[in-house]
Design a binder for this molecule. Sequence first.
Ligand code: ADP
Ligand code: MG
Length: 274
Amino acid sequence: MPVVDESLNRCLKELLLPTVRRSYGEHAASARRESLSYEQFLLELMEHERETRRQNRIQRLLRESKLPLEKSLQTFDRQRLPQRVDATLSVLLDGSFLDRTENVLAFGNPGSGKTHLLCALGQHLIHRGRRVLFRPCSLLVQELLVAKRDFTLPQVLKRLSRYEALILDDLGYVQQSREEMEVLFTLLADRYERGSVMLTSNLPFSQWEQIFKDPMTTAAAIDRLVHHSLILELNLSSYRLEEAGQSTDDEGRETTTTDTAPASGAETASVSDR
Ligand code: ADP
Ligand code: MG
């Protein structure tokens, strides 16, 4: 029925149903073969459209997120995680912390798997349809500084606020100037209770004054992050060193974070005395 096909094609094009347009012929043929009801045929076709759209959306969100795709849950060995962290991870995987705009703070020495863990979690959330952005902290700070100089900081913050989770990788890894820390603080204040921040840091809270320069700003930054947060303490030996088959005894364990965390008390933790 070329006339029907022609009209149908035009109709589907106008209605923006490309998958139906491509596949209705095939579905119709198999429906005839299997003597499906009209409703069953329609259902199959619509489900196909919906699934294709879902997959396309996930691919788009993954591209947009700038997440390193090789750091996924599939390539992450959960056995290495301390039991408490693994249990928290199981809770985080359902993504409801994003609805409560809770933050996730991962601490631990270099190589303990903080970045991999948060990236894997980020990818998993995207597969559940969530919007996530991954940025190395120092890069994002540079981008914010440029925006500030160009008087476009409000627009940039607004764009960032569209992401349900912002993964800030390696907070405090490089020493930064006061101006750089001010824009970082502006970002954290802007997201407070409006969107989740997921961050990794080698530095425990007690050393965050190195990052935020003065005690007041440090306390205010910690307060905003810790209020409504889940803390993942990865006091682990370096995966990199273990892979390389070296001894891990002399590793920088002092950078791990027994003093980071109001851990379970994070909900109400005050930082004024830290
Ligand atoms: P950190 O951010 O704590 O410095 P990374 O997440 O960068 O550590 O991990 C260092 C390297 O070890 C990466 O290549 C990462 O993929 C790998 N790695 C760390 N922990 C695990 C793990 N539990 N399972 C698989 N690979 C891991
Ligand atoms: Mg890292």
